[in-house]
Design a protein around this ligand. Structure first.
Ligand SMILES: *Cc1c(COP(=O)(O)O)cnc(C)c1O
Length: 410
């Protein structure tokens, strides 16, 4: 018999501070939820705002933002996949306030064959996107002896998910087809909500009104983040915002009504003064001049910092702006710190990359993409830290969000 090899006792993680991190302001998140709730309640005092936390909470961690939104009063949470729902259910179960009992979790992409047991084991509800989903959930209910709760999604013009025109017509002709499921939400999704002038918005609204009249069950839900800003006609009973909760502007071209939730920070690894070298970084894409001082930051495209934003924008170090230089490396970005007081620039100094000087929407514009993509690609590699905006937030429902203070960084 051989002796089993002993496992060396490594610590769980380094104790030293991380090289780059995102700060997530849960007070601002709850404030954004409250802001959207107020917007809806002007015309409908019973309206509620759910939280969409798919793609791991838009990259911020569904384990963090899911419970935070539940505490802020979101009556339901939406994920895309079964596995996301299972992870969220575990995070909600670990929440000290145990509010998960009152928080249904809906799976937007529907239910595949063989998934019903997992849906029930994790207390998840499918969004029924077509006759196959309806059939699977009806069968699952029959074996359990009761119709099971679900949302019903009717496509009103996006041609992506939901009962198509023929599928809806069949339901409208014979609503008893829904008799084996317990529909809690009837929903549709807008294709052009961020463009208020687009005629498809009105067409989708008219079709959704027809859906509601023919087969509407439970709460009616049409609007995502931008849809909530199309006016009260689009509100119905339940808002389904995602991106606006996380601080992205839901009304492009106008002032952002949402509070920033995400700050991105990275440390300076090295500082150098250029002597005779003529360029900085890959591709020799940035010109250097003698005497220029360059700081190298511990962040790159593998951290979700967009390669396509090379050479654009600035970072903030100690309240000063430092222009980004040259290409973005996998793990590194270089900035021109020639104009900054030398005492501020040293290994370990903190640079802010996303913050009040440059929000996610501005970065997305420089990178030729949308804020959604920037946001969802952040955070896979970073440490996450909770901060508080310091403002007193009034929560309409639920209990105050606990806060963790971190070391102050510029
Ligand atoms: C992603 C999604 C939302 C949330 O959209 P945002 O634009 O992030 O507010 C709402 N409903 C459905 C069906 C979605 O897929």
């Amino acid at each position: 018999m051989s002796t089993p090899a002993t496992t060396p006792a490594f610590p769980a993680a380094p104790a030293a501070p991380p090289p780059a991190w995102i700060e997530i302001d849960l007070a601002a998140l709850a404030g954004n939820h409250a802001r959207l709730t107020r917007l809806m309640r002007v015309h409908n005092p019973a309206a509620e705002v759910a939280g969409v936390v798919k793609a791991n909470g838009y990259g911020l961690g569904a384990d963090l933002v899911g419970p935070a939104l539940a505490r802020a009063g979101a009556p339901a949470l939406f994920v895309a996949h079964l596995a996301e729902g299972a992870a969220l259910r575990q995070a909600l179960a670990a929440d000290p306030y145990q509010l998960q009992l009152a928080r249904p979790v809906y799976v937007l992409n529907g239910i595949a064959e063989g998934e019903a047991d997992d849906f029930l084991a994790f207390d998840l509800r499918p969004v029924l996107n077509g006759p196959d989903d309806l059939d699977r959930w009806t069968r699952a209910g029959r074996t359990r002896g009761r119709p099971l709760p679900a949302a019903l999604h009717i496509d009103t013009g996006m041609s992506r998910l939901g009962f198509d025109e023929a599928g809806f017509a069949a339901l409208a002709a014979d609503p008893s087809r829904l008799g084996g499921v317990d529909i809690r939400i009837t929903m549709s999704h807008l294709a052009c909500a961020d463009d208020p002038a687009h005629p498809l918005n009105r067409r989708q609204l008219d079709r959704f009104l027809a859906v509601a009249a023919a087969i509407g069950r439970g709460r009616l839900s049409l609007a995502n983040s931008s849809g909530l800003f199309l006016g009260p006609d689009f509100h119905f009973d339940l808002g389904r915002p995602g991106v606006a909760l996380y601080g992205i502007n839901p009304i492009p071209g106008r002032a952002n009504p949402m509070a920033p939730v995400v700050h991105l920070k990275a440390r300076v690894l090295q500082v150098r003064t250029i002597d005779s070298f003529e360029s900085v970084g890959y591709g020799a894409a940035a010109r250097a001049r003698p005497g220029m001082r360059v700081a190298t930051l511990a962040i790159g495209y593998a951290d979700g910092w967009p390669w396509s934003a090379a050479g654009k924008g600035e970072v903030m170090i100690g309240g000063h702006r430092a222009p980004i230089l040259g290409r973005v490396s996998m793990d590194l970005v270089t900035v021109d710190v020639s104009a900054l007081p030398p005492s501020l620039i040293h290994g370990g100094a903190v640079a802010e990359l996303i913050g009040s000087h440059r929000d996610i929407d501005a970065l997305a514009e420089d990178a030729g993409t949308i804020g959604y993509e920037i946001l969802t690609r952040l955070g896979r590699r970073y440490a996450r830290r909770l901060v508080t905006s310091g403002q007193t937030q009034v929560y309409p429902i639920g209990v105050p969000t606990p806060q963790t203070e971190v070391d102050p960084a510029p």
